[in-house]
Ligand binder design. Structure first.
Ligand code: AVI
Length: 333
C-alpha cells in the first residue's frame, strides 16, 4: 500500500497518533474523548447543546439565569472578582455570570482557557462588544495537562468556572486529581464553580445521547473521519454504528462505535524525524466496539464531598426544579 506523507511531524498529529496507537491496539479498544473536538467536532457539539433532547446546557443556563447575582455575591465576598473559565469553548452561558459581575463591580477581568484559539477569539470579540466592562484575556492552553493560572490582581479574588458538566467526561480518579490541581493553583478565599449532570431517569439520559436528528451520532463518527483526515487512516465510518448506553453500575453514559462487520483498518505509520514507523493494521470483529466517551452522572452531594476532599469548603449548590443538573460553589479553604 502507499504510505501517505502526512504532516505527522507536527506535535499535535503525533499526539493524535500516540492516542490511537495506545487505544486501538489494546483490548477492549478505546479512544480518548478529547479526540472529538477538532473543528468539525466542536461545531457538532455546539449543535448538540441546542438539541431538544440534550437538556444539560439549557438546564445549567437556567440555573445561572435564576441565581447569577447570588453566585457572584457569594464568590466575591466583598472583594472584586476576576473570572477564569476552564474549557471555555464559546463562553455562551458564562455571559450571564459576567453580566452579574459587571453589575456589582465596574470592570471584570475574564480569562477563558481553551485548547482551540478560534472560539476564544470569537468569544472575546462578542463579549467585549456585548458586555461593556468585561475585559477578556483568552489563554490557549490544555488545562488537563498543565494548569498555570496568573496570580490575582492585588486585592481581587479569583472565581474559576468549570461548568457544562465537563468534569463528567473524566474518570472519577482523574476528576479528583483535576480538582486537586485546581485547588493547588488557587489562594485561600478564591472560589470554584462546578457544573455537573445528575443521575436521572434512564429514558431521559438515553434520549440525550441518541437524538432523533442524529447529531450525536455524527459527533461520535466524526472521530473516525478525523483519523482519516489527520492520519490517513482508511476507516469507513458508515461501517460503525453509534451506540450510547446507560451503565448504572458506573453511573455513566458510555458512547461506543460498533463495528457492523469483521473488518481491517489501516493507519499509515507515523513519520517522525527519526524515521517512519510501521503501518498499523487494526482488526475489528463484528460487534466489537471502540469505547469513545464516558459521561458520568453525579448523585446529589457527591460533588461537594469531592470538593471537600481536595481542600475546598462547599458554600452552596443550586439545582433546577426537576433536580436534573447541579452547580456547586466552593471556597479554597
Ligand atoms: C462535553 N460533555 C459534557 C458532553 C457530555 O454530555 O458528556 C459531551 C457529549 N457527548 C455526547 N453528547 C455530548
Amino acid at each position: 500500500m502507499t504510505t501517505l506523507s502526512l504532516p505527522l511531524n507536527s506535535v499535535a498529529a503525533q499526539h493524535v497518533f500516540a492516542a490511537v496507537n495506545e487505544g486501538l491496539l489494546s483490548s477492549p479498544k478505546a479512544l480518548p474523548a478529547w479526540l472529538f473536538y477538532d473543528e468539525t467536532g466542536s461545531r457538532l457539539f455546539d449543535r448538540i447543546t441546542e438539541l431538544p433532547e440534550y437538556y444539560p446546557t439549557r438546564t445549567e443556563r437556567a440555573i445561572f439565569a435564576a441565581n447569577a447575582a447570588e453566585i457572584i455575591a457569594l464568590a466575591a465576598d466583598s472583594h472584586a472578582l476576576q473570572i477564569i473559565e476552564l474549557g471555555a469553548g464559546s463562553c455562551d452561558k458564562t455571559r450571564i455570570l459576567l453580566q452579574a459581575a459587571v453589575e456589582r463591580q465596574d470592570t471584570v477581568l475574564y480569562e477563558p482557557v481553551d485548547v482551540s484559539p478560534a472560539p476564544l477569539e470569537e468569544a472575546r470579540e462578542r463579549i467585549e462588544r456585548e458586555i461593556p466592562g468585561v475585559l477578556v484575556s483568552p489563554r490557549v492552553q490544555d488545562y488537563t495537562r498543565s494548569l498555570a493560572l496568573d496570580p490575582p490582581l492585588s486585592g481581587e479574588r479569583r472565581l474559576v468556572l468549570y461548568i457544562g458538566s465537563s468534569i463528567g467526561n473524566f474518570e472519577p480518579a482523574e476528576a479528583h486529581a483535576l480538582l486537586a490541581e485546581i485547588r493547588s493553583t488557587l489562594d485561600p478565599g478564591d472560589t470554584l464553580l462546578v457544573g455537573v449532570d445528575l443521575v436521572k431517569e434512564e429514558a431521559l439520559l438515553h434520549a440525550a445521547y441518541n437524538d432523533e436528528a442524529g447529531v450525536t451520532e455524527a459527533f461520535n463518527r466524526n472521530l473516525l473521519h478525523r483519523l482519516n483526515r489527520e492520519l490517513g487512516a482508511n476507516f469507513k465510518p458508515d461501517l460503525f454504528a453509534h451506540r450510547a448506553i446507560w451503565n448504572p453500575q458506573h453511573s455513566r453514559i458510555e458512547m461506543h462505535l460498533e463495528s457492523l462487520l469483521r473488518q481491517i483498518v489501516t493507519i499509515p505509520g507515523c513519520h517522525t524525524e527519526s524515521g517512519t514507523g510501521r503501518d498499523m493494521q487494526i482488526e475489528f470483529a463484528r460487534g466489537e466496539t471502540i469505547h469513545t466517551e464516558n459521561s458520568y452522572k453525579y448523585r446529589p452531594g457527591q460533588t461537594e464531598s469531592m470538593l471537600e476532599s481536595v481542600g475546598f469548603t462547599p458554600l452552596k449548590t443550586w439545582t433546577d426544579k426537576r433536580g436534573w443538573f447541579a452547580v456547586s460553589l466552593a471556597r479554597a479553604a
